[in-house]
Design a protein. Structure first.
Length: 234
């Protein structure tokens, strides 16, 4: 059954915008076809296409169930902004691996930028990744922050883990099942300045190694997210 994101209005499900275009013009689905629709909650709806409007498909609900593939832990990736293809790859994998939120931020060695248009593009990547991995709740893409702002956010988390190539693995990684709200910090192509590393640690972040070899930023992000997701029981 084809998967889509839509909106629930009264007892109907409405599929519009890019999702409608994919349903109508790419897949060429017809009235009477069944689809599975998520509305960015834990509940998924089994629907039947009832009719088409000019820019939307109206579906009747035939059934509903709880999606069992959403993340069970609240894990945020604080990702220093990387160049466009790498950053899009990271956001896609963050959704597949089970992150609940991605916070792009500017650090000393960041050279790329994230604009409103890019945020819109990232949200499209999130939707497609959710459908691929069968999540019903989207990864949230936040507005761009700076280092001061993300450090201020640390207080909202049970633990913050900082990917640092110049440290040991860290014993805290083995204890992640006891935490419900976890933050992960990963650098851009140029990594972090020594001053930034010291600030993260002074603010309470736990420095964690990803092994003896130096990884590309997108590799480090995937490795860190995978490690945390598995060790936390996500």
């Amino acid at each position: 059954m084809r998967r889509f994101f839509g909106q629930k209005k009264d007892d109907k499900i409405i599929i519009c915008d890019d999702e409608y275009n994919h349903l109508r013009n790419v897949l060429r689905l017809k009235v009477g076809d069944e689809v599975l629709v998520s509305v960015n909650t834990e509940i998924e709806y089994v629907c039947e296409i009832e009719s088409f409007a000019k820019t939307s498909a109206i579906c009747k609900i035939n059934g509903e169930h709880k999606c069992l593939l959403n993340p069970t832990k609240d894990i945020t990736l604080f990702q220093a902004i990387a160049k466009k293809p790498k950053f899009e790859f990271i956001v896609q994998k963050a959704t597949e691996i089970g992150m609940t939120k991605v916070v792009p931020f500017v650090s000393d060695y960041v050279i790329a930028k994230v604009t409103e248009n890019k945020i819109e593009r990232l949200n499209t990547i999130v939707e497609n990744a959710c459908k691929q991995c069968e999540r019903s709740i989207k990864t949230q893409i936040c507005d761009v922050k700076n280092v001061d702002q993300i450090i201020e956010m640390f207080k909202d988390y049970d633990i913050i883990l900082f990917a640092n190539e110049r440290t040991d693995v860290g014993e805290e990684v083995k204890k992640l099942t006891k935490y419900k709200k976890i933050g992960i910090i990963v650098g851009s192509e140029g990594g972090f300045s020594q001053k930034e590393k010291e600030r993260f640690i002074e603010a309470g972040a736990v420095s964690v190694s990803l092994g003896r070899r130096i990884l590309r930023c997108e590799t480090a992000a995937v490795a860190m997210m995978s490690l945390v997701s598995i060790m936390s029981g996500n």
